[in-house]
Design a protein around this ligand. Structure first.
Ligand code: M6R
Length: 598
């Protein structure tokens, strides 16, 4: 959520900042801006909307020894140019990722002593506070540290000032920030995630909360010693669309390969192992609690069915933003699992910290190594999906689900709740998942054709039972996110308890009808909807005579294989509807890839 970059060095600063922002654009694209500093001269460019608007505006080839940049997902203040970062005082500029919770009080105090504000953002107080302290005592380090002391909330900050033109001041508290040594002498880079740094640096520090410092061409001076240098991945190939129209499309097609990566080294001939997961973590565990947001929550809900069914362990699932404020009862014999693609989602991260503080054993299922959650949890299981750029999550979900299914079997084996034969049967099915995720041209074509019909109406119901209920939730979320059409996921058996009142021909029901799980039950539910004239699109290996439309999945002998094939059908259908509506598939309105504010 929002992306920040900074650069000190002899290369073309504006080009490096813009390239970095391009990498981060998926994190927020309401506006973008850069500030370039050369001694007494600061040049600032800002533009509303996507990054190309800013690129068109940056019309200087002058050399600047340092600069900072930002791509915004609006929290406080509408997406306008005035609210775009960098924010300025009289002689300083700041970019910020996060939220300053006490900004109103600070703003009032500063206004009383003559500071003038031009934006509606929380960020602007940072630069004014800095100047307030500097005007009292002209010592920039002291002014920066005094500023930090006043801030409440979550933030990562880069600040530059004409009064100290060789330095970039930085600080991290709650929102991610990385500082990097460049490949050339005298180069320092900053970014809120590692992708802009790849190829430009080999050594980085993923800053811990409470760590900051001052950087210039002579080096990086941290305010405290709590830093560890680390390497960086070297591959940038993930940034390409590889001939696909959208990152989302590429990522849907990649699922078959990435789930194979998720299984490598974990799925044996007839057992499942997790090297990164000490058996001691589950010894004495009586209960599992899963916490996550969005798509990751849906993976967690799917896992709860699998954990209870296979490992006979009680499992509850909570939305992280709800969990945090409900004063939850936490039992020490609970394994607390958080699931997150980014590892940075603020609510999930805070829930994890709460559970850890309460003495629970914690585990994160995550896609991004070195992310904040992996640094907090007792153990990490990486999903290995590779970088996911589409804002609508796809391969993150399939890899999470595969990893969680394997974990369910691992627990089951550990607890002796599964027979050898049943375990072998499940492992055999797991091996077939990559095949189930290979996209058949026929299915993709069918979703393209159906997208013509499913553009209007007053809403969509996605319905399923058991694990197909979280899958229905995921299908509805995908459609909402990128098509902006109203869609709800429901347990099929719940329809008659209220929602069926909405049924008419303009209500589209997407019915998940697996052959291997509760087929007759869901069939009755769909019949009830059909009898009330809802337009039905069934996704199933079996043709169903009451369907108006039909997406055929392959016949298999395991419901989870049907699950993954149906997942692909739902992802493709929502993408094709979004394309048909002319929407931006990869960067849907109002959203950002990683939600680092609560
Ligand atoms: O990075 P996380 O998995 O923690 O993100 C959680 C949600 O923000 C995320 O799944 C969101 O719902 C996606 N846009 C769904 O496509």
């Amino acid at each position: 959520m929002c992306g920040i970059v900074g650069y000190i060095g002899n290369k073309n600063t504006q080009e490096i900042l813009l390239a970095g922002l391009k990498e981060l654009e998926y994190r927020g694209y309401d506006s973008a801006g850069i500030a370039l500093l050369d001694q007494n001269k600061i040049e600032v460019f800002k533009a509303l909307g996507k990054l190309h608007n800013l690129e068109e505006k940056v019309n200087t080839n002058k050399e600047y020894p340092l600069g900072i940049g930002h791509t915004r997902w609006a929290t406080h203040g509408k997406p306008t140019e005035l609210n775009a970062h960098p924010h300025m005082g009289e002689y300083s500029y700041v970019v910020h990722n996060g939220i300053i919770e006490n900004y109103k009080e600070l703003k009032e105090e500063l206004m009383k002593v003559g500071h003038k504000f031009v934006s509606q953002t929380d960020t602007e107080v940072i630069v004014h506070l800095f100047e307030f302290f500097y005007n009292k005592t002209p010592n920039s380090k002291e002014a920066f540290l005094n500023t930090i002391k006043k801030l409440e909330g979550a933030y990562s900050i880069l600040l530059i000032s004409k009064v100290d033109p060789d330095n970039i001041f930085f600080f991290k508290h709650g929102s991610p920030l990385i500082v990097a040594r460049g490949l050339e002498k005298g180069e320092v880079l900053f970014s809120s995630s590692d992708s802009p740094l790849i190829g430009l640096s080999n050594e980085v520090v993923y800053l811990e909360d409470g760590v900051g410092g001052i950087a210039n061409k002579d080096g990086i001076n941290f305010f405290n010693d709590n830093v560890t240098w680390a390497g960086l991945p070297t591959s940038k190939q993930f940034a390409q669309k590889d001939g696909f129209r959208f990152f989302m499309e590429k990522e849907i097609y990649e699922q078959s390969d990435v789930v194979t990566d998720s299984m490598i080294g974990r799925l044996g001939e007839n057992e499942i192992s997790f090297d990164e997961f000490p058996a001691s973590l589950i010894d004495g565990i009586e209960e599992i609690k899963i916490c996550a947001c969005g798509t990751s929550f849906h993976a967690g809900l799917t896992a709860s069915y699998l954990f209870e069914r296979l490992a006979r362990v009680r499992c509850s699932v909570e939305i992280a933003s709800e969990f945090r404020y409900k004063d939850p009862l936490l039992n020490k014999n609970t394994l607390f699992i958080v699931i997150s693609q980014s590892g940075e989602t603020a609510d999930t991260l805070e829930a994890l910290k709460m559970a850890k503080k309460a003495g629970l054993k914690t585990l994160v299922v995550c896609n991004v190594d070195n992310s904040s959650m992996t640094r907090v949890a007792d153990a990490t299981i990486l999903t290995r999906a590779g970088v996911e750029k589409g804002v609508a999550s796809t391969k993150a979900f399939s890899t999470q689900t595969v990893v969680l299914w394997m974990m369910g079997l691992y627990f089951a084996n550990h607890k002796n709740t599964i027979t050898k034969e049943k375990l072998e049967e499940e492992i055999k099915a797991l091996r077939e998942v990559p095949q189930a995720l290979i996209i058949q041209d026929e299915m993709h074509e069918k979703t393209k054709r159906l997208s013509k019909r499913y553009l209007h109406g007053h809403g969509f119901f996605f319905i399923g039972r058991d694990v197909f209920f979280p899958l229905a939730l995921e299908g509805a979320l995908k459609l909402k996110e990128i098509s902006y059409l109203h869609a709800e996921g429901y347990p099929a058996g719940e329809m008659k308890h209220g929602p069926i009142a909405l049924a008419d021909p303009e209500l589209f029901t997407i019915a998940l009808m697996p052959q291997n799980l509760l087929y007759d039950k869901i069939k009755s539910n769909v019949e009830e909807l059909s009898a009330r004239d809802s337009t039905i699109c069934s996704i199933s290996p079996l043709e169903f005579d009451l369907s108006d439309d039909f997406i055929r999945t392959k016949k298999t002998n395991h419901y989870m294989l049907e699950f993954f094939e149906m997942l692909v059908a739902l992802q493709l259908l929502s993408m094709e509807i979004s394309v048909r509506l002319g929407n931006d598939v990869d960067m849907p309105r109002n959203l950002a890839k990683s939600v680092t504010v609560e």
